[in-house]
Design a protein. Structure first.
Length: 644
């Protein structure tokens, strides 16, 4: 109280001291465009912390207020001897005043239709971070996972250098057949590991290696060394079994759509100073792609389609090599390789995010990210078991990893459907049709009962939309199932589906028309229904499957030579290395967005050019770091042969 009175007395003087001026200047103050959404008043965090008064320093706190229907926060700079409870008392008692003017004045009633402020809470940002045992453990795990491949790389380089000095290269060098290599890397077509390559776009070349005795230790050493993991990642030649060169382009373009959507979505949640202007822009036209215009979540359905296609094609290839037998051990091995494919990098990103959350000194827009960290410390086991999407969305550790759980749950159904296809095709058709019907009906019923919106940004403010619909397997399974059907067709077909050019022209017209209808209808139905709405329910029931069918046509047309310039675009070799690191890109790009937003001291102003630059900046950082994580974390565990 004495420190606060000293500060308030000082700013009452005709010539106040510099520290008092800086503390007052660091207070949040109302800006322009309150009607456009600029209600938060963050102030200046670093300026507050840098002030030095007589016996105290500045401490930055946030006062969260409600005024009518408007919720906002105000940054205040108080002496560091104040606790949060005392800041709250000072604000409520009106002590933060001078010259009869409150340092936290209410928003003008002419703008918010309410003049009375209601206190929600206060929070003082710590000036230093203090990681707990869980945070330190996560950081140690991340360092160990990075140090292991670096050490393996150094040891491998030393071993090769010594061997080259001691042994004649002409006697000891040989070409290793990648079907029977000595460290269990991804193998060429026909190997036991080919399904991993087929399903994820990780392909190996035929390296020239030293012939040395086989051993588990040496195999692991080779699998973790950069000399091995870096091969094939940056290659521009696609070796997907059976072709499918267009899949690289489709995968990368879908990934870019997702990154673009997240780059706009994350800052919109809490730190735009013109949110209403942004919302108006999003609702005006699907041409504003950088503002989440259009249903950006359709890119996720494209990924599910590709996952189903490649998983079915991969499993059928394994069954053929097992003489047509789908045994329990084969299924177990199939699922284990999928877990080995996704979990190492997934768990690394989870540990990295927890560690970063604990050591980064966040700015005024800290609150969404601290919640994420706390969720991880409580519900990390759901990510480990790949069931996080079954939890309420506010309990998911690393929220964007819900897709990995959904993908694995869908992936686990592939053996059953392929078994039914091999057993009796009539039963397979009935079961597949029933599953499509169930997922469509579930989507329609949930949408109607919960009165769910179908259009962003309305979906961003609807808790029930994510809680009951967006991340659940029973509403998302349709595109994956269509992918399984397409994968079976491409694997077993004997003749081309398209035989005449008019068929291809009709198919392209229908495909592009369906895509346009799916996007346009989202704008037509953009209002959140006040009561159960049949149009909204039908849209949610069918739009994912319709989109998947439209993308399926593009794949089939490109496979059969009727893709034209679209086939040329999607098959460019440029997409291949980007496709190889796409998994790491998906997992890491939200981290850069979160750090960028969390370190901001002032709100972000929406303009098309600002959002475009944010997207490009996040993209460049994501590509660079994803390249490193692919070779350091993802591929080593993918290449190691666990049963050596």
């Amino acid at each position: 109280m004495n420190d606060t009175n000293t500060f308030l007395w000082e700013i009452n003087q005709d010539k106040p001291k510099e520290y008092a001026v800086h503390m007052y200047d660091a207070f949040g103050k109302m800006g322009s465009n309150v009607e456009g959404g600029n209600t938060n008043e963050p102030g200046l965090l670093q300026q507050c912390r840098s002030t030095r008064g007589p016996g105290f320093t500045g401490q930055y706190c946030q006062v969260f207020l409600r005024q009518g229907t408007v919720q906002y926060f105000v940054g205040v700079c108080v002496p560091d001897s104040c606790r949060e409870e005392e800041v709250q008392i000072l604000v409520l008692s009106g002590r933060l005043q001078f010259h009869q003017l409150s340092l936290i004045p209410p928003l003008p009633p002419i703008l918010v239709n309410q003049s009375t402020q209601e206190m929600i809470m206060t929070y003082c940002l710590p000036t230093s971070v203090s990681p707990d045992a869980a945070d330190v453990t996560c950081l140690v795990v991340c360092c160990a996972m990075i140090a292991l491949p670096l050490a393996a790389t150094l040891i491998t380089a030393i071993m090769r250098w010594q061997r080259n000095r001691e042994v004649s290269p002409t006697l000891e060098l040989c070409h290793i057949n990648t079907d029977q290599d000595l460290y269990g890397t991804l193998k060429s077509n026909g190997s036991s590991n080919s399904e991993v390559s087929a399903s994820e776009g990780e392909y190996s070349s035929r390296p020239t290696q030293l012939c040395v005795p086989r051993s588990c230790l040496y195999g692991c050493l080779q699998a973790f060394s950069l000399q091995t993991t870096s091969k094939g990642v940056f290659s521009t030649s696609s070796t997907i079994p059976g072709g499918h060169s267009s899949l690289h382009g489709i995968r990368v373009l879908s990934l870019l759509w997702i990154i673009c959507g997240h780059s706009a979505q994350f800052p919109v949640i809490n730190n735009l100073d013109n949110y209403k202007n942004w919302k108006k822009t999003v609702e005006s036209s699907p041409l504003y792609v950088l503002t989440i215009s259009g249903p950006v979540f359709l890119a996720v359905d494209t990924f599910l389609l590709l996952g189903g296609l490649l998983s079915a094609r991969s499993l059928l290839g394994i069954i053929d090599k097992a003489e047509g037998k789908l045994s329990p051990s084969l299924v177990a091995n199939y699922l284990f390789k999928r877990i080995k494919r996704i979990q190492p990098l997934h768990l690394f990103v989870m540990c990295l995010t927890i560690g970063l959350m604990s050591v980064v000194q966040w700015g005024p827009y800290w609150f969404p990210f601290v919640d994420t960290m706390m969720d991880c410390k409580t519900y990390w086991w759901a990510n480990l078991l790949l069931i996080s999407n079954l939890l309420p969305i506010h309990e998911i550790c690393i929220p964007w990893t819900w897709y990995l759980s959904l993908d694995f749950q869908c992936y686990a159904t592939t053996p059953l459907l392929v078994y039914l296809y091999k057993l009796k095709q009539g039963v397979f058709v009935v079961v597949s049709g029933g599953l499509l019907l169930v997922t469509s009906v579930a989507s329609a019923v949930i949408t109607a009962l919960m009165k769910l919106p179908v259009f962003q940004p309305s979906t961003m403010t609807s808790e029930n939309y994510v809680l009951y619909y967006y991340v659940k397997p029973y509403t998302r399974y349709g595109p994956f199932l269509i992918g399984i059907l397409v994968g079976i067709h491409l694997t077993t077909k004997k003749d081309q589906l398209l035989k005449k050019r008019w068929q291809a022209a009709l198919g392209w017209f229908c495909s592009l028309a369906l895509m346009a209808v799916v996007i346009v209808l989202a704008y037509v139905l953009r209002e959140t229904p006040a009561c159960p709405s049949v149009p909204h329910a039908l849209y949610q029931a069918l739009h994912r499957e319709v989109w998947a069918l439209a993308v399926t046509w593009i794949i089939l047309a490109c496979e059969e030579g009727y893709g034209g310039f679209i086939q040329t675009l999607l098959s460019l070799s440029f997409w291949v290395p980007l496709s190889n690191i796409s998994f790491a890109c998906y997992l890491t790009h939200p981290i850069f967005i979160i750090i960028y937003i969390g370190l901001q001291e002032t709100p972000i102003h929406y303009t098309d050019i600002n959002f475009m630059y944010m997207f490009l900046g996040h993209l460049v950082l994501t590509l660079v770091v994803s390249c490193m994580l692919t070779v350091l974390v993802e591929k080593p565990y993918l290449l190691v042969k666990w049963n050596t």
